[in-house]
Design a protein around this ligand. Structure first.
Ligand SMILES: Nc1ncnc2c1ncn2[C@@H]1O[C@H](COP(=O)(O)OP(=O)(O)OP(=O)(O)O)[C@@H](O)[C@H]1O
Length: 717
């Protein structure tokens, strides 16, 4: 690659980054995270986001970029000390100027208002004591107990200890740790992922293109190596004390919120590092891991059950912030802002606060950001227009419903309002359990506008009351592919029907939905339609619930996971075992399973290897008498993880191999042969409906020692 090419490419990359950054900046108001203020020294928060990429090579911003960068020990870098001091003195100056205004509400200079408006409220009103935390008291207590046990009452030479804090994003995990460590006089030494751009200095840029030097490119030290070194140093040395900071105590905890990406690909390397830490650690290590949108938690990937047990990891799981606590915080902030601004900030009314609370689904950061956003003058105007429109609509609805039936009014309004998410509110995800419930227990409302035309007589059997649920919205919010969602519907729909004709029609819709995604070339585009056809078809077919007046409760019906998942998992396991046992045949997996194994099963003396014989006996034939009953169904938990249906069918080894608990189970290749079959789901091993068949030749060998091997003759009938 020529030097000119490289320069152009680099410029393109930086141009792109700059564009992405600018786009991101505009949405940052909503997304503002406390980490922004934590990780970037707070003194520079005169603007919410500074355009750090401007003049990347021009000097000014590069300087500010590096001055913002903290080392992984949480300290500003040595040569940036003066800038850090500048920042902290600015912060103190800001703090000093703030005080008189707090004491004298209503007296402001324009300068103060401008400065104050730019400070994110999540930081301005961050909790300073336990009492201020919007977190359940029990959770605070649990964390506090753990901290005092592991920090204050820790035995010398005990080794390291690990706390894993999980829960949805913005539920106050970090805030809790910050408040408690402050109260207990414990320092936090925090890891932040190295950003390669900020490591990149002007001189490096010259070196890259220096013909004398070898092309080095960007720094390439692996994330895990840097992380390991950080842990080693943080464990060994105390935090540096910066001038102006309060005197450090020797008590500290190491905090990891950003786990290096590499560990998501290779969790085993993290486990090795942690094993070493447990042996040599001198202080506690805290991981804060937030749940992902689809409801599954990364904790299962990074900290599977066995590792948690092995390393004695304490796990404290946080819940979303309760609406009452959230409302308290929002009202307090709203009241303070109103009084401080002397009416200049227009804070939303109680209804809007309610909507903010429900729209943020327990994420206090999102709720506070939305509150700040909605108090902006322009936005407030728009919002009031919007709420007056909504008000009209709801009053109209309520008038008719008082005429008609009153009883479901409140539930329907709330159902409706769930759709009308607060502006700037969090993109709420629906857990699968709730999403399925919304389709299977769908609700209709009585026709409130009689002037709506009715269907002609010949189609009158298709007449339905308006639906209260939006099926497309439901499938979108549960973050899984349409096909998988259909599978869950397919598994569970029967229980919700009372009429066989309705079942027939619903199953036809399911077939249509299935057909839409058979063609791989159009599958990705038609997926959403397929889910729509299945969900709407199922709802429409259920004539017993065609009208709001005829809807009766069906009672609690347990939901189950699709059997397909279990069977597909077994198929994948079998593929891996077949591949390893019959490697010498050099056949593709499909041929191996569908041609070779059934053929070998018909031969009287096909193989010498006992593991192979056992496997063929198990997989090569379909002895129906062996499985007289249906498989035991696995109940659906409310946080069921999403399974990747797009994985390569022909190479299951290459696909993500997640079991229904979301744990990464080891692919039972040859290593799996040594295990005693712990990888089978409980529905198979415990119930014995489908005997722990294939992937454990060791188990199979044991059986064969007891029983005489019988290879049945082929019977063409
Ligand atoms: N009363 C309060 N209780 C908790 N947090 C509050 C409160 N008031 C304001 N906040 C702010 O809300 C934010 C809560 O986010 P926090 O970082 O603690 O969430 P988290 O659970 O760690 O999630 P994430 O992993 O996404 O950061 C913090 O910025 C905190 O300062």
């Amino acid at each position: 690659m020529s030097v000119v090419d490289s320069t152009i490419k680099l410029q393109l990359v930086f141009g792109l980054l700059k564009n992405v950054y600018c786009g991101w900046e505009s949405t940052k108001l909503i997304m503002s995270k406390s980490s922004l203020s934590r990780k970037v020294a707070s003194g520079k928060l005169t603007n919410w986001v500074q355009p750090s990429f401007d003049d990347l090579f021009g000097g000014a911003s590069l300087k500010s970029l590096t001055s913002k960068k903290r080392t992984n020990s949480g300290e500003p870098k040595g040569n940036d000390r003066s800038s850090a001091l500048d920042a902290s003195s600015k912060l103190q100056a800001t703090k000093r100027t703030k005080a008189p205004f707090c004491e004298q509400p209503g007296h402001f200079t324009k300068e103060y208002l401008d400065l104050d408006q730019d400070v994110p409220w999540v930081d301005k009103y961050k909790p300073e004591s336990q009492a201020e935390l919007a977190v359940h008291k029990k959770k605070i207590e649990e964390v506090e107990n753990w901290l005092s046990m592991e920090v204050h009452q820790r035995q010398p030479k005990k080794g390291g200890s690990i706390l894993l804090m999980t829960g949805p994003s913005g539920c106050g995990k970090t805030a809790t740790i910050q408040v408690l460590t402050k109260e207990l006089g414990v320092q936090i030494q925090e890891w932040s992922n190295p950003v390669s751009l900020s490591e990149f200095k002007k001189d490096d840029y010259k070196n890259v293109f220096d013909p004398e030097s070898r092309f080095r490119g960007f720094t390439s030290e692996s994330q895990s190596a840097v992380f390991q070194e950080f842990l080693l140093r943080a464990n060994k040395y105390n935090k540096l004390q910066m001038s102006g900071e309060a005197k450090h105590t020797s008590k500290k905890v190491i905090l990891i919120e950003e786990v290096p990406n590499q560990f998501y690909r290779q969790p085993a390397s993290l486990h090795d590092i942690l094993r070493r830490f447990i042996r040599t650690g001198r202080c506690p290590l805290i991981f804060i891991i937030s749940d992902s949108l689809s409801g599954d938690s990364n904790q299962w990937l990074l900290f599977p059950k066995d590792i948690q047990e092995e390393l004695n990891v304490s796990n404290i799981s946080f819940n979303p912030v309760a609406p009452t606590s959230m409302m308290k915080v929002l009202s307090r902030i709203a009241a303070q802002e109103t009084s401080r601004s002397g009416g200049k900030v227009s804070v939303p009314d109680k209804d809007s606060l309610d909507r903010l609370c429900s729209g943020s689904s327990g994420d206090i950061r999102s709720a506070i950001n939305s509150l700040q956003f909605s108090s902006l003058k322009d936005y407030a105007l728009e919002n009031s227009l919007l709420s007056s429109k909504k008000g009209k609509a709801s009053s109209k609805a309520s008038k008719t419903s008082t005429r008609g039936r009153n009883k479901d009014k409140s539930s329907k309004t709330s159902e409706r309002q769930e759709g009308l998410q607060a502006i700037g509110g969090k993109d709420v995800s629906l857990f699968l359990f709730r999403a399925l419930g919304k389709i299977l227990h769908f609700k209709r409302e009585p026709r409130i506008e009689p002037e709506l035309p009715h269907l002609p007589d010949r189609l009158s059997e298709h007449e339905r009351d308006p639906l209260l649920v939006d099926p497309e919205m439901v499938t979108e919010k549960c973050h899984m592919s349409g096909e998988l969602f259909n599978m869950y519907l397919h598994q569970n729909y029967l229980e919700f029907f009372t009429n066989i004709e309705d079942v027939v029609r619903a199953s036809e819709y399911l077939s249509d939905a299935d057909f839409l995604t058979t063609e791989w070339s159009s599958r990705s585009a038609l997926r959403e339609y397929s889910a729509s056809v299945a969900a709407r078809g199922m709802i429409h077919s259920n004539k017993a619930r065609a009208f709001a007046s005829s809807q009766t409760g069906v009672g609690f019906k347990p939901l189950h996971k699709p059997q397909w998942l279990l069977i597909n998992k077994k198929y994948r396991e079998n593929c891996l075992v077949a591949k390893s046992l019959f490697v010498s045949f050099c056949m593709p997996l499909a041929c191996l399973q569908t041609q070779l194994l059934p053929y070998l099963a018909l031969l009287t003396n096909p193989m010498r290897n006992q593991a192979q014989i056992a496997f063929i006996q198990d997989v090569g034939r379909l002895p129906l008498k062996k499985y007289p009953r249906r498989l035991k169904l696995e109940a659906l938990t409310d946080k069921d993880p999403v399974v990747d249906l797009d994985s390569d069918e022909d190479d299951p080894a290459a696909s993500a191999y997640a079991n229904p608990k979301g744990e990464q189970s080891q692919a039972p290749g040859l290593e799996g042969l040594q295990s005693d079959g712990g990888s089978l789901p409980s529905s198979q091993t415990a119930g014995g409906d489908l005997p722990g068949s294939q992937p454990q030749p060791t188990a199979a060998q044991a059986i064969m020692k007891e029983e005489e091997l019988v290879i049945e003759d082929y019977d063409s009938d």
